[in-house]
Design a protein around this ligand. Structure first.
Ligand SMILES: Cc1cc2nc3c(=O)[nH]c(=O)nc-3n(C[C@H](O)[C@H](O)[C@H](O)COP(=O)(O)OP(=O)(O)OC[C@H]3O[C@@H](n4cnc5c(N)ncnc54)[C@H](O)[C@@H]3O)c2cc1C
Length: 437
């Protein structure tokens, strides 16, 4: 009997193409997310595109990276006091984010062992004048940081590839081809840049801030009344910021005011001071000041954070006023949840690169369903805090104020990040099953 010829060896399976992700914006949201994804997804082609160009912008002269390799952060921005939920979100995204934060931040009162929070102090009139009505984000080792210092420190090791000077000017949904012909929907996105370049990605994660162009793209399909694309200033807030060398501040203010974070509430707005630049500068923020000031903006709730393969995060999704000190914290929570769902995706999928549903749409839907309600509630709580801070003396009820600040602070700060990520991963599994049925 003739022996059967051996079947020819099958050609080695070609490696799955890397998942092409673009992150728009190298602010806190975009940078944290890039670090999380690069750690969790092995086969990844990820670039951050940032419109700011440190080599041509005058604002870069304010920031002085201490190593030649450290790119200057996009713009200086505000001094931040990050609450416990921000720290928990850093832990859930990547330990290296918290390490960068600790290296770039300054201990309130210069002491890691002292427990403290952002003190909300009632001023103006006799009703509880000088009373501390809340200690937001109370914890040991609370720190403050300049936005730019934190971002520079995260980018310092060069792991995250950022293309500066790359302003996105247009987004377009791409349709993927299905096996056996026909078109799938939302299987990619094309980004156009101000320099004329156009690039295609499997996913685009838009962290392009309060004036987000991507927000317009994502919400464009909704009827006008439901869109809420543009930022608003519902309560007429204005803001004025002065950066004072610490030596000068020390001469002018009591010590307890300059090495802690205090918000002094008055009927004409509030004054907020905090140490930044590792304690070298005192950042003074006064609100409702009509002169030399800018508007404080936030967003009315968006009906979705996703469209096709584009997802919004950070201020692009839910810009938040500074009254509760939680906008950056919410941006990092977004990064943690996106990192979690993409890690779940990566553990089960090989990117097929042919437009088939490979679970990415399910991952984005899971992110939207978990993050949208919570982040929008934080925007609402923040508005309420602002109104409480600036009540007329006659209307002020200190006990009621304490109660509402405590409740709001517990919601914003007291989150179980592990639970939030787990919930998103569960949603991802449910969504994926639905997609396969
Ligand atoms: C005065 C003040 C005080 C605050 N204090 C606190 C606080 O104590 N604690 C806290 O948690 N939060 C605080 N916040 C809020 C916090 O600063 C923001 O929520 C946070 O910085 C948002 O980060 P982001 O990365 O989403 O956006 P951004 O920091 O705005 O980053 C967006 C990035 O995208 C880039 N970009 C924009 N458009 C494009 C485009 N078309 N193409 C490419 N790139 C683009 C921008 O250049 C920018 O670098 C404060 C805010 C203010 C205004």
């Amino acid at each position: 009997m003739a022996a059967h010829p051996m079947p020819p060896p099958s050609p080695p399976a070609s490696p799955a193409p890397p998942l092409r992700i673009a992150i728009i914006g190298a602010g806190i949201a975009g940078t944290c997310l890039a670090i999380g994804l690069l750690e969790q997804i092995p086969n990844l082609d990820l670039t951050v595109y940032e419109s700011h160009n440190p080599s041509t912008s005058s604002s870069s002269s304010c920031s002085s990276p201490s190593s030649e390799n450290a790119p200057a952060a996009p713009s200086r921005g505000a001094g931040l006091a990050l609450h416990g939920n921000a720290i928990a979100a850093m832990d859930a995204t990547s330990r290296s984010i918290k390490a960068a934060y600790f290296r770039s931040a300054h201990y309130m009162a210069g002491d890691a062992d002292v427990e403290m929070g952002t003190s909300i102090v009632v001023g103006g009139g006799d009703s509880g004048d000088g009373t501390v009505v809340a200690e937001l984000g109370r914890a040991k080792g609370r720190r403050t940081v300049h936005r730019a210092d934190f971002i520079e420190e995260m980018l310092r090791d060069g792991r995250v590839g950022v293309r500066f000077g790359m302003r996105v000017v247009g987004l377009e949904m791409l349709e993927g081809e299905k096996k056996g012909g026909g078109k799938g929907k939302g299987k990619g996105v094309r980004a156009r840049f101000a320099n004329g370049e156009a690039r295609d990605f499997d996913v685009l994660l838009a962290a392009d801030g309060v004036h987000s162009l991507a927000r317009e793209h994502v919400l464009g399909a909704y009827p006008c009344h439901a869109r809420n694309t543009q930022p608003v200033n519902r309560d007429g807030w204005r803001c004025f910021n002065a950066l004072i060398p610490m030596r000068e501040a020390e001469k002018a203010l009591p010590r307890r005011n300059i090495d802690t974070v205090r918000m002094i509430c008055t009927p004409i707005g509030y004054v907020n001071g905090l140490p930044v630049d590792r304690g070298q500068t005192y950042s003074l923020l006064a609100t409702h000041n009509p002169r030399e000031s800018w508007q404080i903006l936030d967003h009315d709730p968006a009906p979705t954070y996703i469209r096709g393969r584009v997802a919004l995060l950070g201020d692009a999704a839910h810009a938040t006023a500074p009254h509760a000190g939680n906008g950056a914290a919410q941006a990092i929570e977004d990064a943690a949840v996106l990192t979690g769902v993409f890690a779940a995706w990566a553990s089960q999928h090989h990117h097929c690169g042919n437009g088939e549903d490979d679970g990415i749409d399910a991952a984005l839907r899971a992110y939207d369903s978990v993050r949208r309600p919570r982040s929008q509630r934080v925007v609402e709580i923040t508005r309420e805090f602002g109104r409480l801070y600036s009540l007329d003396v006659a209307e002020r009820d200190v006990q009621e104020m304490q109660k509402r600040l405590r409740e709001g602070g517990m919601y914003t700060n007291g989150v179980d990040m592990g639970e939030q990520v787990r919930k998103a991963v569960e949603r991802f599994e449910e969504e994926r099953k639905k997609g396969n049925e």
